[in-house]
Design a protein around this ligand. Structure first.
Ligand SMILES: Nc1nc2c(ncn2[C@@H]2O[C@H](COP(=O)(O)OP(=O)(O)OP(=O)(O)O)[C@@H](O)[C@H]2O)c(=O)[nH]1
Length: 213
């Protein structure tokens, strides 16, 4: 598979300890669920995939043993996209995810990066500590996508979430690589839309795609 430079996509998977970062990553890559992972270090996976019919090389960094109070700041500049995982059965992991979203946005300082907030372990409904509304509200606040999944139950939701962040990252990279005239052209179109539908939309918090699978 031959790819150009816009088709390299780097994704960092991060979150509190034991939320299922490895489980969702391996689920996406192999479609399998493996209950226990013994790795105690970050793992980098390389993966060839088609995004919008274009061949892409994807690197996924599964940050392991991420200490709840240590944010992997050195990975932020490396990444084209982020998957911030929490467990729906662990309120504290949601707070860690919120803190991570804040830190990512602070560090990227205006650079547009796709982020997915991923609530894992939704199969543990009887011990749920974070509601769907909590997740959705947080994703609205940080203007990111939101999915609730169970790596244990199904590969479908996990796959949809990964594909979605890859598609957004690919689309952003493609737009950045366009000649300036084409970029200005697209701005003119959005200005026209703004003129037709009114300027009120400017400060609206748009609801991003979200899904429970
Ligand atoms: N019930 C349930 N358990 C899960 C799910 N995903 C992962 N687990 C379990 O949660 C535990 C932690 O999963 P890991 O994938 O190792 O979590 P991690 O975030 O990579 O862990 P560290 O890197 O050590 O922080 C394991 O016992 C998994 O079997 C899920 O969707 N449902």
């Amino acid at each position: 598979m031959t790819v150009d430079s816009t088709s390299f996509i780097r994704v960092v998977v991060l979150g509190a300890r034991k939320v299922g970062k490895s489980a969702v990553t391996v689920r996406y890559l192999t479609k399998r669920y493996i209950g226990e992972y013994s790795s105690s270090r970050d793992l980098l996976y390389k993966h060839g995939v088609f995004v919008d019919s274009q061949p892409c090389e994807v690197e996924i960094l599964d940050t392991s043993r991420f200490q709840d109070d240590v944010f992997p700041a050195d990975k932020v500049d490396w990444a084209d996209a982020f998957i911030v995982v929490y467990s729906t059965a662990d309120r504290r992991s949601f707070q860690v995810a919120t803190d991570s979203l804040r830190r990512i946005q602070h560090q990227v300082a205006g650079r547009q990066v796709p982020i997915i907030l991923l609530g894992n372990k939704r199969d543990l409904e009887h011990v749920r500590q974070v509601s769907v509304d909590d997740g959705q509200e947080m994703s609205l606040q940080f203007q990111c996508q939101f999915y609730e999944v169970s790596a244990a139950d199904s590969h479908v939701g996990v796959t949809v979430a990964f594909q979605s962040v890859l598609r957004e990252a690919y689309s952003l990279k493609t737009r950045r690589s366009l000649p300036i005239r084409q970029k200005l052209g697209s701005m003119t179109v959005s200005k026209m839309i703004g003129a037709v539908f009114g300027k009120a939309v400017k400060n609206d918090k748009k609801k991003r795609p979200s899904l429970s699978l």
